[in-house]
Design a protein around this ligand. Sequence first.
Ligand SMILES: CC(C)(COP(=O)(O)OP(=O)(O)OC[C@H]1O[C@@H](n2cnc3c(N)ncnc32)[C@H](O)[C@@H]1OP(=O)(O)O)[C@@H](O)C(=O)NCCC(=O)NCCS
Length: 242
Amino acid sequence: MNVLTLRPKEVHVWAGSLRACELPDVESNAPLSISEIDRANRFRDELDRDRFLRRRLLLRKILGAYTNTAPGDLEFTVDEYGCPSVTSPIEATDISFSTSHSGDLAIVAVAKQLTVGIDIEQISRKHTIHEINAVTSRFFSSAEYSALAALKPEDFVKGFLSTWTRKEALTKALGRGLSIPLNSFEVSVAPGKAATILGWSSDCADMEGLKLDDLALLEDYVGSLASNHRAVVFYRGYWLET
Ligand SMILES: CC(C)(COP(=O)(O)OP(=O)(O)OC[C@H]1O[C@@H](n2cnc3c(N)ncnc32)[C@H](O)[C@@H]1OP(=O)(O)O)[C@@H](O)C(=O)NCCC(=O)NCCS
């Protein structure tokens, strides 16, 4: 296995189809942990279960390749907000990572001595304007809601999903997930224009210093990366051979 290197301020973003990823053998557990297998077994839908198993093995292979560790030797912990980190081996504990998936696409951001949060969404026709309005009026700030309403109709769904991924990337970078009210900070909403943080309330003082970058993904996906420096992003293709 080649050991991959990360320089300071670099973020490596791995993205690709989950179908191209190996499905681990759940009978033998390895290289997944018992808690990962337990989580997998809680999925009712077989496709969701398989995707979960594939992306957990993928994450282990990617992190293992940066730390010269066999995928099954990595140990993770999850904090009270659901934020995961590596606890063992020691060489792997200064790696920060963030993951997201939507449909068949999975994405993993990896960095060293940087905070990272990543989120992607597939632009699908299942999002109706009525549903989007219900979500934005409840979860977005009034300025974001108004800015979205002012977009051209053809930009509306993409604008909503871009805003969503920008906000989720930030909440993941802070490690607090949806415990942060999504309307307690504001981001730019226009798709295809620079992703920026426009402001935050005192609950989100730790947002100071974070930066946003939209990801150049497939045509029918939007995605965003949040990090605590203007990161140099390297896109990496699938998948690692171990
Ligand atoms: C859990 C959550 C952080 C992301 O969930 P999601 O968008 O369904 O799923 P993603 O694939 O993008 O992200 C999942 C990953 O986020 C990471 N994550 C979870 N909680 C996190 C936290 N507090 N901080 C940082 N990362 C976190 C985990 O690595 C998780 O991967 P895992 O499933 O292998 O454990 C949270 O924001 C959530 O529940 N969102 C609801 C999603 C939703 O309603 N989407 C509608 C969009 S239109």
